[in-house]
Design a binder for this molecule. Structure first.
Ligand code: PGA
Length: 267
């Protein structure tokens, strides 16, 4: 059973619940469409009990979607990125403080698409701390770009975890969600095999325990990369993950609904 050693973050989710995150990226062309996706998903998943859903739309939609998640523990809003700074002269940036007033409780950080634009572990580490300072939940993305037979990718993953998370307090690490997304599977046709996903979740937990002892073992680990209605259930049950980070299929309301329901039905 998960334990929750620290209370005080008003945005936290109970870790025994599964978490399904929909990363819309720079998609969905109108407010109407954005509202329709959220409305449909909510309406069709009203009966879920064991799953929390986080919608991560482009930031321009937060104001219009705020109402749909207000007062709900089941449905949340997440940002796809924030600045590491609290405020100031940073043209084009949006702070955690700014998004929080629109009901945003989660923030995806270090997504591979942002890393490709030049985001480093050092920058991501600062952002994680800023999000935690604002009592919000960071969804910290890690993942190797390539796999080889030498197992170098294990060291690479350990490096990402260590560089970004080392130094967080026990209370802080308990608030972090990790999304393991092998970069080669993002946007691909095939997800990683469930055996490999299981192995990676075990490895990530081991790395976290080395740094944070028992607190590390409680961090929720999601899988992301080519998750769809065909593979979602198997990934959660055989990959032993705490949830999913979904790109493309989070834009197809019926597919997203099917995945949420499947995961919620797991005993
Ligand atoms: P995908 O994207 O589900 O479309 O592969 C996942 C992600 O980028 O988080």
């Amino acid at each position: 059973m998960w334990i929750t050693p620290f209370v005080g973050y008003n945005c936290r989710m109970k870790l025994q619940k599964k978490i399904i995150v929909g990363n819309w990226k720079m998609n969905v062309a109108t407010v109407k469409e954005a509202q329709a996706i959220v409305r449909t998903v909510k309406k069709k998943t009203l009966a879920i009990r064991k799953t929390d859903v986080v919608f991560c739309p482009p930031a321009v939609y937060f104001a219009d979607l705020k109402k749909s998640v207000q007062g709900s523990k089941k449905y949340r809003l997440g940002a796809q990125n924030v600045s590491s700074e609290e405020k100031g002269s940073f043209t084009g940036e949006i702070s955690a403080t700014l998004v929080k007033q629109f009901g945003v409780s989660h923030v995806i950080l270090g997504h591979s698409e942002r890393r490709k634009m030049g985001e480093t572990d050092e920058m991501i580490g600062k952002k994680v701390r800023e999000v935690l300072r604002m009592k919000m939940t960071p969804i910290f993305c890690i993942g190797e770009t390539v796999r080889n037979d030498d197992g170098d990718y294990l060291q690479f993953i350990k490096g990402q975890i260590t560089k970004v998370l080392r130094g967080l307090s026990n209370a802080e690490i308990s608030e972090v969600i990790i999304a393991y997304e092998p970069v080669w599977a993002i946007g691909a046709t095939q997800a990683m095999g469930t055996h490999d996903i299981h192995e990676m979740t075990l490895y990530i937990k081991k790395c976290l325990r080395e740094i944070f002892k028992e607190y590390g073992g409680q961090v929720a680990i999601l899988y992301g990369g080519a998750v769809n209605t065909e593979n979602a259930l198997e990934i959660v049950t055989d990959g032993f993950v705490d949830g999913l980070l979904i790109g493309r299929d989070s834009l197809e309301p019926q597919n997203f609904v099917d995945i949420i329901k499947m995961v919620d039905a797991i005993k």
